[in-house]
Design a protein around this ligand. Structure first.
Ligand SMILES: [Zn+2]
Length: 311
């Protein structure tokens, strides 16, 4: 056999196999999504997200404490308001007594080292369930949408969030949020992580269950990207870099590894995040429960593929 044919000598040992990765997963790469609801004592299992629950602010210590001990370094908060009065502009999103702002303060006090990101969107708080403010004909009214989203992001930053992460996909919101942070003395105190390439995916179903954020009519295809739209994704990533994003994100992750790879090339000087979304998580768990594969092996394989692609 030719010398050039033999590769196996390079990965015959577990250690030399680990060297074949450009980068290995570390605990500090992972951010745990947390659903915070407005019943302070809630611990409600989410049937479509096995093993995950909606939590009340009083239960956060019981939930997060053991994870922090295991090495969890960061979380991303999602508000799940169940009792508030929703309206056209998502007024409850930045209610100072709402679940997200209370949870930021609680977590900062409990775990000073924990990095706290907040998802920023209006859909959990609007009466119509869309991610922006609507015109009379139910289309998105872009300028008030962006202004409102920037206001909510600013409120989370002022409450102590280390990072705000707009998931709404409204054009121009990165620039507006960055401006609002700078103008209020938080430009150097809060990271802006943009859901830059967020696709209109079938994989968000369990999240909508968890967050109660399904739109009451229509869908989100006018602002989330069409799944085949590689070019649009590339433009969105480049735009958000120019508008001041500190971190770029691709969402979902597994069906969009090529977009992750593109993002790594288009924004090589930015940290690149990807979101393994609720439906991906549910698939991984469901396959393991059906005996298709071992859960832990598959969990690592999926996340390693994202790191390999450039996350
Ligand atoms: Zn939304």
């Amino acid at each position: 056999m030719d010398i050039s044919s033999i590769l196996q000598g390079g990965y015959q040992h577990p250690l030399s196999r680990s060297w074949q990765a450009k980068r290995n997963i570390t605990k500090s790469m992972l951010m745990y999504p947390i659903f915070i609801t407005d019943d302070p004592n809630a611990h409600v299992e989410i049937p479509s997200l096995p093993g995950q629950a909606r939590w009340g602010v009083n239960k956060l210590e019981e939930f997060i404490g053991p994870l922090v001990k295991k090495g969890l370094k960061s979380v991303i908060l999602f508000g799940v308001p169940l009792t508030c009065e929703k309206d056209g502009s998502g007024t409850p999103a930045d209610d100072p007594n709402g679940p997200v702002i209370l949870a930021i303060k609680k977590l900062r006090a409990l775990y000073p080292e924990l990095y706290i990101a907040c998802d920023v969107c209006l859909c959990e708080y609007t009466s119509h369930g869309h991610c922006g403010v609507l015109n009379e004909d139910n289309t998105i009214n872009i300028e008030p949408s962006v202004a409102r989203i920037a206001q909510v992001a600013l409120s989370y930053a002022q409450a102590g969030a280390h990072c705000v992460a707009p998931s709404d996909m409204m054009d121009g919101r990165i620039k507006a949020i960055k401006r609002a942070l700078i103008d209020n003395g938080l430009g150097n105190k809060c990271t802006l992580m943009s859901y830059s390439a967020k696709f209109a995916s079938a994989l968000y179903g369990p999240f909508r269950d968890a967050a109660g954020s399904a739109p009451s009519f229509g869908n989100r295809k006018c602002y989330q990207l069409p799944p085949a739209a590689k070019g649009l994704a590339r433009r969105a990533i480049q735009r958000d870099v120019v508008e001041g994003a500190d971190i770029i994100m691709v969402k979902p992750a597994l069906p969009y590894l090529d977009i992750i790879q593109d993002a790594a090339a288009l924004a090589p000087d930015h940290p690149l995040a990807c979101y393994q979304v609720s439906g991906e998580y549910a698939m991984v768990v469901a396959g393991a429960r059906a005996g298709v594969y071992d859960l832990r092996t598959m969990a690592f394989e999926t996340v390693e593929s994202m790191v390999r692609a450039g996350a």
